[in-house]
Ligand binder design. Structure first.
Ligand SMILES: Nc1nc2c(c(=O)[nH]1)N[C@H]1C(S)=C(S)[C@@H](COP(=O)(O)OP(=O)(O)OC[C@H]3O[C@@H](n4cnc5c(N)ncnc54)[C@H](O)[C@@H]3O)O[C@H]1N2
Ligand code: MOO
Length: 410
């Protein structure tokens, strides 16, 4: 059965990084609308930040040399030459033996190379007694200390965080070119699946969990979501609905029917949407083996296993990085991980990556990860979990107390 030509987790992630990328043209937006989006341009500063040397304290701008040896018992004596005003250029040329009052953020007058704090001086009329020596550069931010003129501030493929917007504001770059947020459509399949709002279930019916969990997870990744509803296990109806969604969305996710049963049409539908078709069918992983990845033109299509916990685990492992690629994120380390110690022995089969749901507990300075066992058809196992731990394919299991990486759920 071709289903068993499975890929490893690493191979699957490599395929995601290599074969998928943004499918829509970048747009230019004001900074205020760009948080969380991914840059489509490299940004170089044309200016230096700050563009003038400024004081980091309230005090007196001085020449460091004039303060050398100053102490409580033997102060240095300097002539006070007025005060620098905030937001105004410092017009004075500070000469040997002089000091000028300066507020935090004030411009350092020419000739000065340091600032002595107000706590370390005493004003006596026009005379300043300095009780501490300062070193050149002390209590000063020099022009260009934050950003140099010509510096590459950010690169295409980086996601914009609040601090990134801040540096762009500082260099006067108030509009940025970013990739639009992807549109993700979700279609649930299965004769037994009914909308979640159906009050009375007939025997054999199952409320649709996956369009809710996967829709929410995609939204949490920043995508706009189209709820494609439910289709029956009927090839023609399934293909027609998948085509409609394919036209509207940047990524179509099909839930269920990904295994190898006679009514499992998902792979056929994905193949029929266009070339090059299916890239991966089956990953050596538990849960989630019947995962399918395809591409029609440049657009991705993904088949998630029907079991709700499997679907969501596969979403975190593969769909979230795929959405990140659609958003333009550079293929680097994409997931959020913390280190923890495992709470008990867990066996595992060699040759298959196992993903164990875990609940985290803080013991002193350490995180401990306690396995949450249960079949992948049980959504409640994920409700009780904070994340998942990978048992690498080459391992026979993990021993209590062993250090592991926990992939946190968003
Ligand atoms: N002979 C084999 N059978 C199965 C294998 C296998 O390797 N050989 N793999 C099993 C694994 S692992 C999984 S996971 C499932 C995946 O199957 P499908 O993707 O084809 O999913 P379905 O058969 O359509 O559904 C499985 C299960 O999940 C329920 N389901 C489906 N969609 C939803 C939804 N939207 N909301 C809630 N629940 C849903 C469905 O009712 C079934 O109970 O295949 C195994 N079989
Ligand atoms: O993927 Mo199945 O996901 O092991 O239940």
């Amino acid at each position: 059965m071709k289903f068993f030509q499975v890929k490893t987790v690493t191979e699957t992630l490599e395929i995601i990084h290599k074969h998928y990328g943004p499918v829509r043209q970048p747009v230019t937006l004001p900074l205020g609308q760009a948080l969380g989006m991914v840059l489509a341009e490299d940004i170089r500063s044309t200016e230096q930040v700050p563009h003038f040397a400024r004081s980091t304290v309230d005090g007196y701008a001085v020449r460091a040399r004039d303060t050398y040896g100053a102490s409580d018992s033997l102060p240095a004596f300097l002539d006070i030459q007025g005060k620098v005003e905030m937001g105004k250029p410092a017009s004075l040329l500070l000469k040997e033996g002089q000091a000028q009052g300066i507020p935090t953020g004030g411009m350092i007058p020419e000739g000065a190379d340091s600032v002595v704090m107000i706590e370390h001086v005493e004003e006596v009329g026009e005379l300043l007694n300095v009780f501490r020596q300062v070193a050149p550069g002390e209590n000063i931010i020099r022009a260009g200390d934050d950003v140099m003129a010509g510096e590459l501030v950010m690169s295409a493929g980086q996601r914009l965080r609040p601090q990134d917007l801040g540096v762009l504001a500082a260099i006067g770059k108030t509009r940025v070119t970013v990739y639009p947020r992807p549109v993700v459509a979700i279609l649930s399949t299965g004769d037994e699946i009914v909308p979640a709002d159906k009050a009375q279930l007939a025997p054999g019916e199952v409320r649709d969990i996956n369009s809710v969990t996967i829709g929410a997870a995609a939204r949490a990744c920043g995508a706009t979501v189209i709820d494609g509803g439910i289709v029956k296990d009927d090839y023609a109806a399934f293909l027609a609905r998948a085509r409609e969604l394919f036209e509207q969305a940047d990524l179509v996710i099909l839930s269920g029917g990904s295994s190898v049963g006679t009514r499992d049409y998902t792979e056929q539908v994905m193949q029929a949407l266009g070339e090059p078709g299916v890239l991966v069918h089956g990953v050596s992983i538990k849960p989630g083996k019947p995962t399918i990845l395809a591409k029609a033109g440049e657009k991705p299509i993904m088949g998630l296993p029907g079991h709700p916990a499997s679907a969501l685990i596969i979403f975190h492992l593969f769909t979230a990085p795929l959405i990140a690629r659609l958003e333009g994120l550079a293929p680097t380390e994409l997931d959020r991980r913390i280190v923890a110690r495992i709470g008990r022995n867990i066996p595992s089969a060699v040759g298959r990556s196992d993903y164990v749901r875990v609940k985290l507990e803080k013991r002193g300075e350490e995180w401990w990860a306690h396995p949450v066992f249960g079949k992948s058809g049980l959504i409640s196992t994920l409700v009780k979990s904070d994340g998942m731990v990978e048992i690498a394919a080459q391992k026979e299991g993990i021993l209590e107390g062993e250090f592991v990486h926990v992939h946190l759920f968003a």
